[in-house]
Design a protein around this ligand. Structure first.
Ligand code: FE2
Length: 302
């Protein structure tokens, strides 16, 4: 049985549920709120208890991206509270069906995705679209600022509430998640680095990170630290590929050098999804190139 999560107010009407992944919200009045991201499916009971104990009813779900730990309760909460879901266009596309979800966890089979409760909880239809050029979105009577912080996910956005509090989703990390990051995930590392830099000048007084932290302006140290960690991980992968290497050899080398333990097939498939963007970035930056050795695809330094 899950317990209710603590409610923490950040500024004005903006606060968050202190869940394993923070769930920010914007209060419309004492009993109604707009929730920003919906956590993983295992947090469902805790979220409902938190809402009930605080006599809060969500009137809308405004989401940054559709990873399972941010979007695992969107369909459930939308149905339970009969409220609309808002998403950026690209994220709405990749979360509409289970097939679409499968396409961005490419290493897993459609059957594996369908049988995985956290993946199977993702698909649902979006009601309100944030378009690529929108700098703000008017949702459930409230005007939210939008920063297009793509990269971590295909069409990830950061959301600025009327209190000038920016919820950055997974565009930034902090604390333990930053200090212990091993191959932090980004769908496109180049765009992710640009988005981190974009947040340096965000017009806001506070930033909330999903993976547990609230920072106040100025944000330069936080931005610099995030850039340094992502660049260090990219460089670490580049340094390990010092000769023509087949994919399996790259996985073994990176796992061993970074102390990443792989015990189950699912962890190996996850590793593919996490490492592939690093290889793609290094190819596109002309740091690695593809070659064929013994009729097998290899990666090698340029
Ligand atoms: Fe994410």
């Amino acid at each position: 049985m899950s317990r209710a999560y603590e409610l923490v107010m950040v500024k004005g009407n903006t606060g968050y549920m202190k869940a394993p992944v923070l769930i920010p919200f914007y209060l419309l009045d004492a009993n109604h709120c707009i929730i920003m991201d919906t956590g993983k499916n295992l947090m469902r009971e805790g979220i409902v208890k938190t809402l009930e104990e605080n006599k809060l009813v969500p009137v809308g779900l405004l989401c940054t991206h559709t990873h399972y730990d941010h979007y695992g309760n969107a369909g459930f909460l939308a149905e339970k509270y009969q409220c609309p879901i808002a998403l950026p266009l690209g994220e709405a596309e990749i979360s509409r069906t289970l097939d679409a979800v499968k396409s961005h966890v490419f290493a897993f089979s459609a059957g594996q995705v369908a049988r995985d409760p956290k993946m199977a909880a993702i698909p649902c239809v979006t009601d309100h679209i944030i378009r690529p050029k929108d700098k703000e979105t008017f949702f459930c009577g409230i005007r939210f600022g939008i920063l297009h912080t793509k990269g971590h996910a295909i069409d990830h956005v950061s959301i600025i509430t009327p209190d000038k509090v920016c919820y950055v989703g997974d565009a930034l990390m902090c604390g333990v998640s930053l200090e212990t990051a091993k191959l932090p995930y980004a769908f496109d590392l180049g765009k992710h680095l640009n988005s981190i830099e974009l947040l340096r000048n965000a017009k806001c007084s506070h930033m909330i990170m999903a993976h547990r932290g609230v920072y106040t302006a100025p944000f330069d140290a936080l931005i610099d630290e995030n850039l340094a960690v992502v660049r260090k991980e990219i460089q670490a992968v580049a340094d390990l590929i010092d000769r023509p290497m087949k994919e399996e050899e790259i996985y073994q080398t990176v796992q061993s050098a970074m102390g990443i333990q792989i015990r189950r097939p699912e962890e190996a498939l996850n590793m593919k999804c996490f490492l592939q963007p690093y290889l793609e970035y290094l190819i596109d930056q002309n740091i690695l190139k593809l070659s064929i050795r013994d009729q097998v695809l290899c990666y090698e330094p340029v």
